[in-house]
Design a protein around this ligand. Structure first.
Ligand SMILES: Nc1ncnc2c1ncn2[C@@H]1O[C@H](COP(=O)(O)OP(=O)(O)OP(=O)(O)O)[C@@H](O)[C@H]1O
Length: 264
């Protein structure tokens, strides 16, 4: 498996006359895991779409190993970048194995069917996702968490240099959340992941970027980004931030309303 360096250079994106993202910069060094944080509507998914080449920035540029995404052909992009989107469609009439096999399409000669090696890879990926025995299950019959894990298996058999995930933990129980984040953090692939759980992000990401109103408000190590003042400013909640033995922040929140776990 290879890896890539991703850079978003002051990207902006508008929906009609409305500015959704403005002057957002992000760098993901090869093999690192970058967390994209921010409240609802802050622009995380929109940024991920630009990073994936699914939408073009109206200003600035996204570069993969210093080559602008707009210079790369669709098939090359599909081989190098895998995306796990937020709400995988429910109306798909495929089995779990067939969904995973979609990840092999960019690697096949045009018009060729799947090979035995593709099927073996897909079966292994399902087993790695804890879904051995689910091969023939219809997509529509899967639970939200099972779908999320099948979709991750589909992205992994794509053997991407860059893996982009939009809230991949939102349907997962705590064990599967921890397993997924641990897997992403130890993967040699470059990973950019949007997350709502600041503590999970602090524990597992090398680098964080924090969006607010479509703008970058902070970027750096978890300890640099996740300060009580910044959490209060962006999320409008009071948080107590302690530090782990390994220097990573641990975050506890006050109860909403009158909660004051941080003095003053
Ligand atoms: N195509 C579009 N047309 C109009 N507005 C859009 C479009 N796409 C996104 N937006 C708006 O842009 C803002 C950012 O949306 P985005 O989905 O990127 O946020 P997010 O940070 O991922 O939010 P969430 O945490 O709720 O998933 C939102 O206010 C959204 O309504």
């Amino acid at each position: 498996m290879t890896t890539a360096r991703l850079r978003a250079d002051q990207v902006g994106w508008n929906a009609g006359a409305v500015t959704i993202l403005a002057e957002v910069a992000l760098t993901a060094e090869p093999g690192t895991t970058v967390g994209v944080l921010g409240p609802n509507g802050s622009g995380k998914s929109s940024l991920l779409r630009l990073l994936a080449g699914l939408a073009r920035p109206h200003t600035g540029e996204v570069l993969l190993d210093d080559v602008g995404l707009s210079m790369l052909r669709q098939r090359a992009l599909a081989r190098r970048i895998a995306v796990v989107a937020q709400q995988a469609a429910t109306e798909v009439d495929l089995s779990a194995l067939e969904v995973v096999l979609l990840g092999r399409i960019p690697h096949r000669p045009r018009l060729a069917g799947e090979s035995g090696a593709d099927v073996a890879l897909a079966r292994q990926a399902l087993a790695d996702a804890g879904l051995a025995g689910f091969e023939r299950r219809r997509w529509a019959s899967l639970s939200g968490g099972e779908r999320q894990r099948v979709d991750l298996a589909r992205a992994l058999v794509q053997e991407p240099d860059l893996l982009l995930l939009d809230e991949p933990t939102n349907h997962l129980d705590i064990k599967h959340q921890l397993e997924l984040l641990h897997f992403l953090a130890s993967s040699p692939t470059t990973v950019v992941v949007t997350l709502h759980d600041l503590d999970l992000a602090a524990q597992h990401c090398d680098h964080l970027v924090l969006l607010h109103g479509g703008r970058l408000v902070a970027a750096g190590s978890p300890a640099e980004v996740l300060t009580p003042d910044r959490i209060a400013q962006v999320y409008e909640v009071r948080a107590q931030v302690d530090t782990d033995a390994d220097g990573r922040p641990r975050i506890r929140y006050g109860r909403s309303g009158s909660a004051r776990i941080v003095p003053g």
